[in-house]
Design a protein around this ligand. Structure first.
Ligand code: SF4
Length: 304
C-alpha cells in the first residue's frame, strides 16, 4: 500500500535494478489456489475511511490476474522491507536464545473438492519467562516496514490489518503446531521499523483465542470468496480504504474493469471538457496538468 511513497525526492533515475537485483531475475508468482495471510486479511469495511484497513480483495484480485510492474521510482520498496526484516530477525535471535525466526505456517483445505493452500510466516516466535515448571509462554512478533506516512502515532493508532495478520498466525500456530499441555501463547507484538532511520516502535496486544478464531474464520471466508471470483474471473467487490490513493490499480477499480488495457484513455483536453461540463467551472492550470486532471485522474489514463 505504500508503493506510491518516494523515499528520496530526487530527479536522479532510480538504479535499483542495477545494484540490487541478481541476474537472472526470479519473480514471485501469485498462483490461484495459494493465498498468503498478508494479502487476504480480514474484512474491516465497518471502519471509517480514514482508519487503517485493507487488504482490499479487489486489489489482491488484480495482483493475481493482471499485475502491474512497480514503477521505476518505487521498485525497491519491498526489497528494503525484506532486508530490514532479515537483519532484525538475525539480531533478535543473537540476543534471545529461545527464539525462532521466519517460522513457516501453511494449511491445506478444500473449496468444492479443490485443494487450496493458505500460507504465512511468523517473523519471530519467542519463549518468554515462565514461573511454572514445564510451561512455555510464547510471544509472537511480526515486523512491519513503515514510512513517515504509515508509522503509527501512538499505541492507540493500531492498524487492524496488521493485528489481524498476527492474530491469524497465532491462531494457526496455537491450533495446529503447539502441544497445549506445555505451551501457551501470551503476547502478540507488531514491531514497526522505519525505513529511513530504523526508528523502531512496538504495539502489543494479549493473545485472545476467541477473538483469534473469529479473525481466522473471517480470513478463510475471504479466501473462499476471492478464490471463487478468480476462477470465474469476475471482479470482487471494492473495499475502499485509507490507502486507495496509493493503490496501483485505482484506475481499473474506478472504471470497474479487470485488465489494464480496458481503462479509458482520454486527453488532457477531454479531461478539461469533462470538468467544465460537470462543474461549470474553468479548469485551472497547475504545472503540467489542470484542476480537472486532479479531479478525474483516478478514473482514466491520460494520453500524453
Ligand atoms: S482503489 Fe481502493 S477499492 Fe479499489 S482496488 Fe485499490 S484499494 Fe481496492
Amino acid at each position: 500500500m505504500e508503493s506510491g511513497y518516494l523515499l528520496v525526492n530526487s530527479l536522479l533515475k532510480n538504479q535499483y535494478k542495477k545494484y540490487w537485483i541478481e541476474d537472472p531475475v526470479e519473480h514471485h508468482k501469485n498462483i490461484i489456489g495459494e493465498y498468503h495471510v498478508s494479502s487476504i486479511g480480514c474484512n474491516n469495511q465497518h471502519l471509517p475511511p480514514n482508519k487503517h484497513a485493507g487488504p482490499c480483495l479487489r486489489q489482491t484480485f488484480y495482483v493475481y490476474v493482471d499485475p502491474m510492474e512497480n514503477t521505476n521510482q518505487t521498485e525497491g520498496n519491498f526489497h528494503i522491507g525484506r532486508i530490514l526484516h532479515a537483519e532484525a530477525q538475525r539480531i533478535y535471535r543473537l540476543n534471545h536464545d529461545a527464539s525462532i525466526a521466519e517460522y513457516p505456517l501453511g494449511r491445506k483445505f478444500f473449496i468444492d473438492d479443490e485443494p487450496v493452500i493458505m500460507l504465512g510466516s511468523m517473523d519471530i516466535t519467542n519463549e518468554s519467562f515462565s514461573d511454572k515448571p514445564y510451561i512455555n509462554y510464547i510471544d509472537i512478533v511480526d515486523f512491519k516496514t513503515a514510512s513517515d506516512w504509515t508509522f503509527p502515532k501512538d499505541r492507540d493508532d493500531k492498524s487492524p490489518t496488521h493485528f489481524n495478520q498476527v492474530q491469524i498466525y497465532a491462531y494457526i500456530y496455537d491450533q495446529y503446531n503447539l502441544n497445549h499441555k506445555y505451551n501457551i501463547i501470551r503476547n502478540l507484538h507488531v514491531v514497526y521499523l522505519a525505513k529511513h532511520n530504523l526508528y523502531t516502535g512496538i504495539q502489543p496486544i494479549k493473545y485472545d483465542w476467541t477473538n483469534a478464531i473469529y479473525k481466522y474464520t473471517n480470513f478463510i471466508n475471504r479466501i473462499k470468496y476471492l478464490h471463487k471470483q478468480l476462477k470465474l474471473r469476475e471482479l470482487p467487490k471494492a473495499e475502499p480504504n485509507k490507502w486507495c490513493k496509493f493503490c496501483d490499480y485505482r484506475q481499473r477499480c474506478y472504471a470497474d474493469v479487470i485488465e489494464e488495457k480496458d481503462v479509458p484513455v482520454i486527453t488532457i483536453k477531454e479531461v478539461e471538457d469533462l470538468y467544465m461540463r460537470e462543474t461549470g467551472k474553468s479548469p485551472k492550470w497547475r504545472g503540467n496538468y489542470t484542476k480537472g486532471f486532479e479531479t478525474y485522474k483516478y478514473r482514466f489514463k491520460v494520453k500524453t
